[in-house]
Write a protein that binds this ligand. Structure first.
Ligand code: SF4
Length: 457
């Protein structure tokens, strides 16, 4: 359903063991848990989620618990010291609110037995409107869930139904009220610009819905068209099922997105990332972790982890000798049967400094705060940053980037062409890094995958 999904890169060609010692330097971890169960499959959905019997839910949670315990043991076996401190937890994937209360309690008890959650840790759960039983809501509050992301997508009933959603605007409003009554006021609402049949008038109605609801956070995604969703496939084949012929044009979707920035901003929901808007202090700490390249542990189906050797860059004196941390990315299977069958080694990729440099650009540029050039020089060295600054100058001239002091950020025009901008910061793989970095995806594929994982809804 959501924005909290881990960055996923599935093209690692080789798993490897005992790569090197990893420790997160005492920096708190974020934990992402994938719950891939939904009551129905939305037409636009390109996640590894599906409709599965309740028996699978119980079995799946058993496997999650096993993996939570396994994570530390496995890490230790590889010389990895996983910190116990956690400051964000995110349950996403499909619809975690479908889990029975006793399964939620079992899951949270396991997290808390393996990790020490900060007293003010942000604990988010994705929920679907109308799919959150009273007992589930009680269990959520009791387990410390303090943030909920509601997959609304549209406040216009026929539009939501045509996309496979099962709720109405009345249900959304009622659920927001129930969550607030349960003490969960840090609420996010997801919207999609580009749903089949959507018009400028209906988009205004959805923006009204978000603003009138008073939520402190909203995520606005532009429809993705790819082979992984039913709607995407139909569009690519030129068909009309799922009202594919009524999907607004790219230009119209871009105008809807710009209108969202304008209207949400006027209502106090300030854009802080390409797809995310919040009142001050209500930014998603868990998602900021991905864009700021802070460590996270992903558990469950199709989940990724990112763990670093040191929290800060390792410096050897002069700026040009700086080198970034060693970083591992681990990715689990996206096939439910395989996941349920028992623990399996995740794909492991060691990200070369060159790859990390690229990610620092295209993840950093997603945020309105942009890329901090001084921090980049400190982490990667001035010599590495210098050629990229030539690209920055060119893109500033093109009106796609703005450079203010030591920060470089996307302009509003740059946000519309963000993929093209990110592409500019991809470089040819450094041959010296080839043996360390086991990606087989091309640079462009990698950028696309990271970008689409971030944008998935
Ligand atoms: S969009 Fe969300 S609710 Fe809909 S099928 Fe995908 S994961 Fe499930």
């Amino acid at each position: 359903m959501g924005p909290g999904r881990c960055v996923r890169t599935k093209r690692a060609k080789a798993a490897c063991n005992n790569l090197f010692m990893v420790d997160n330097g005492g920096e708190a971890l974020g934990i992402y848990i994938s719950i891939p169960f939904c009551r129905s499959k939305c037409t636009y959905c390109n996640f590894a989620s599906g409709v599965h019997p309740a028996a699978d839910h119980a079995h799946y949670v058993e496997r999650l618990v096993e993996d939570l315990l396994w994570a530390r043991t496995l890490s230790k076996g590889r010389g990895v010291e996983l910190t116990r401190r956690v400051d964000t937890v995110y349950l996403g994937g499909g619809t975690p609110s479908l889990l029975a209360p006793d399964l939620l309690v079992l899951l949270f008890n396991s997290i808390r037995s393996e990790f020490d959650l900060d007293p003010d840790a942000e604990i988010t759960m994705e929920c679907a409107p109308g799919q959150m039983a009273d007992a589930t809501l009680e269990a959520m509050a009791a387990m410390g869930v303090n943030r909920v992301s509601l997959g609304v997508q549209s406040f216009v009933d026929w539009e939501a139904h045509a996309s496979g959603r099962l709720h109405s605007r009345t249900v959304v409003e009622s659920d927001l009220g129930r969550l607030r009554s349960a003490g969960i006021a840090n609420l996010n609402v997801d919207l999609i610009a580009g749903l089949a049949g959507q018009t400028f008038a209906s988009w205004e109605e959805s923006l009204d819905g978000v603003i009138d609801s008073g939520v402190p956070h909203a995520s606005v995604y532009m429809l993705e068209v790819d082979q992984k969703s039913r709607l995407g496939r139909e569009m690519l084949e030129g068909g009309a099922r799922y009202r594919a012929d009524l999907v607004p044009s790219e230009e119209a979707i871009a105008r809807m997105y710009e209108r969202a920035i304008e209207r949400l901003g006027s209502a106090g929901l300030i854009q802080y990332e390409i797809s995310n808007f919040s009142r001050l202090g209500f930014e998603s700490n868990h998602n900021l972790r991905y864009w700021r390249r802070r460590p996270y542990l992903g558990i469950g189906l199709d989940a990724s982890s990112m763990l670093a050797l040191h929290a800060a860059a390792v410096r050897n004196g002069a700026g040009d000798q700086a080198r970034p941390s060693d970083v591992l990315r681990l990715t689990t299977t996206d096939v439910l049967k395989e996941y349920l069958a028992g623990p399996a080694a995740p794909e492991i990729t060691r990200l070369s400094p060159a790859r990390q440099f690229e990610e620092a650009w295209f993840l950093g540029l997603r945020m309105n705060e942009g890329v901090d050039i001084d921090a980049l020089r400190q982490e990667f060295g001035a010599a590495k940053v210098a050629p990229a600054m030539k690209t920055v100058e060119r893109l500033v001239d093109d009106g796609l980037l703005a450079a203010e002091g030591a920060h470089v950020r996307l302009t509003s025009r740059g946000r519309l062409f963000s993929n093209d901008v990110f592409q500019e910061f991809l470089e040819v793989v450094d041959p010296d890094q080839g043996s360390e970095d086991s990606f087989t995806a091309s640079q462009a594929q990698l950028a696309w995958k990271l970008e689409s994982a971030m944008n998935e809804v």
